[in-house]
Design a protein. Structure first.
Length: 101
């Protein structure tokens, strides 16, 4: 199945404790159907100090289900993603505006 949401897309959260917040996708795991979004679903991870890092209580973005995310179109509104063929290439487009993403 083609990916409707990809790394680097600007998205808005539709449901959950971070509803309405916006961020950029850092990584996507299609097998589990989840994505890590910058600044969304933050959790505190306690890490031990090492030579490489300071340690302590470090906030970390946890995965969010793809069904709770929606891409932001050119107008800044959430939209669904569709696919169409343009010049023998499959492209993603915003359903609200029809613009290619």
């Amino acid at each position: 199945m083609a990916a409707k949401l990809k790394k680097g897309d600007k998205v808005v959260v539709l449901a959950g404790k971070d509803k309405g917040k916006e961020g950029e996708i850092l990584s996507v795991n299609p097998k589990s159907g989840k994505a890590v979004v910058d600044g969304i679903n933050m959790a505190i991870r306690h890490t031990r100090q090492s030579q490489a890092s300071q340690g302590g209580r470090i906030p970390k973005a946890m995965p969010v289900d793809l069904s709770n995310l929606s891409i932001i179109d050119a107008n800044g509104k959430p939209t669904r993603v569709g696919f169409r063929m343009e010049d023998d290439k499959k492209v993603r487009f915003a359903k609200t505006t029809g613009d290619v993403i």
